[in-house]
Ligand binder design. Structure first.
Ligand SMILES: Cc1ncc(COP(=O)(O)O)c(C=O)c1O
Length: 432
């Protein structure tokens, strides 16, 4: 095991992978550059963009070179419809082992009786959870989209809003916290078949015990969409939904720092329904290179170094939230328990959309988001990527000052861009 100073990755391979990054991260050769320089330029350009700007998007992170190696491996060639030991294709004996390792590691990491690691994305995981538990037309209670719900929580533009009858609950206008009384009242009056807890923008821990109690009272399933906090759960920095929810859906990227993909955790009683809801109901062949990369990420997430990283992500976010508030932004709920912050930049004289543009020009990449109970757009940002780079509370304070300075117009864009370059240069995501 090899820890890289300053970085919160731990390479779990015996031989340290070559850290001089080629275009593709494949250590042996930069094949792409020779064969297709046009695409190679694009990959290099993106690598440079990621390394020279600040990645403050709450859903993004830097995977380890080991995860990238699994993603760029010949496992991508393998068709593997079905599950280990029961495939519809020949030659699956090796990828079966990869999937079993991924499943066992996920079960151990999250204390779950069953894990499905085939979901292609977070949305696919949610789709499969609904497919496992619901029928078209069923009523589902979920956080409304303007209050932080995901597209799969009932957007009319998404299958969820088209196929199910979603009833939205919200956050309190004063505190910004989930309105538990409203959840209980809506559950009692609508008797939903399922209740979804989880959000793209809620910065606080979700009270899973409360949601379980309400679900039990009205005879609903509880689905936790833990795409955002699941990496913190893995590192012991956030409470786990696993003991409370019938099904937990998650992404394996974001704070968890694995490949882009989805994962579903559940009890043994729902295992078969969940597996059949993924394949053959909503997906075809599993992407075995991604499944292997998920296994690598779960292995990393089980290390002490990952726990340190997960707690640092939260410490950095708390410092960032406090610093942004003292700079004059209005931070939703007054702070954060997680990696995620939403804030209204209006007190600095700029709305969220303009703020995002100004910050992008300064090399600070983040998202706009809906602000509950307001017409204006806000900012959504997170600390996972910068923490992976090795940045701590000092750098986080510097980022807050820079961000506010740009929004107030005190720091000129080019000057801010230079500072960002200096900062990111000191903390390269892929050193070497
Ligand atoms: C709560 C939640 N659910 C589902 C998803 C969907 O994940 P994906 O983009 O991988 O489909 C996201 C992604 O941001 C999310 O935050």
């Amino acid at each position: 095991m090899l820890s890289v100073p300053g970085l919160h990755w731990t390479y779990v391979t015996v031989d340290a992978p070559e850290r001089t990054m080629s275009v593709t991260h494949v250590p042996e050769a930069d094949v792409l550059r020779r064969q297709d320089p046009e695409l190679a330029e694009i990959l290099l350009g993106e690598r440079e963009r990621q390394a020279s700007t600040l990645q403050l998007i709450a859903a993004e992170n830097f995977t380890s070179p080991a995860v990238l190696a699994a993603l760029g491996s010949p496992l991508v060639n393998k068709y593997a419809e079905g599950y280990p030991g029961a495939r519809h294709h020949g030659g699956c004996e090796i990828v079966d082992v990869a999937e079993r390792i991924a499943v066992d590691r996920a079960k151990a990491l999250f204390g779950a009786e069953h894990a499905n690691v085939q979901a292609h994305s977070g949305s696919s995981a949610v789709l499969a959870a609904y497919a496992a538990l619901l029928r078209p037309g069923d009523t589902v209670l979920a956080l409304g989209l303007p209050h932080g719900g995901h597209l799969t929580h009932g957007s009319p533009a998404n299958f969820s809003g088209r196929w199910f009858d979603f009833v939205p609950y919200g956050v309190d206008a004063e505190s910004g916290l989930i309105d538990h009384e409203q959840v209980r009242a809506l559950a009692r009056s609508h008797r939903p078949k399922a209740i979804v807890c989880g959000s793209i923008a809620y910065p606080r821990h979700i009270d899973h015990a409360f949601f379980r109690e309400v679900a039990d009272e009205v005879g609903a399933y509880l689905i936790a969409d833990a795409a955002h906090p699941i990496g913190l759960v893995a590192g012991g920095a956030a409470p786990s939904p696993v003991p409370y929810a019938d099904i937990v859906c998650a992404t394996t990227h974001k704070v968890l720092r694995g490949p882009r993909g989805g994962m579903i955790l559940c009890g043994g009683d729902l295992a078969e329904r969940v597996d059949r809801a993924v394949y053959p109901f909503t997906q075809g062949g599993a992407q075995m290179h991604t499944v292997a990369a998920k296994a690598v990420a779960f292995g990393e997430a089980a290390t002490p170094a990952f726990r340190v990283y997960a707690h640092q992500v939260v410490a950095n976010a708390r410092v960032l939230a406090a610093a942004l508030e003292s700079e004059g932004l209005t931070v939703t709920t007054g702070g954060t328990d997680t990696h995620l912050i939403t804030a209204d930049p209006a007190p600095l004289g700029v709305d969220g959309r303009d703020a995002r543009g100004l910050l992008a020009a300064a090399g600070m990449v983040l998202d706009c988001c809906a602000l509950p109970h307001a017409h204006a757009r806000g900012l959504r940002l997170g600390t996972a990527a910068l923490t992976t780079q090795g940045m701590g509370e000092q750098e986080t304070r510097r980022i807050a000052a820079l961000l506010a300075g740009v929004l107030r117009g005190d720091i000129e864009g080019r000057k801010a861009r230079e500072e960002v370059r200096e900062l990111t240069h000191a903390f390269p995501p892929y050193p070497g």
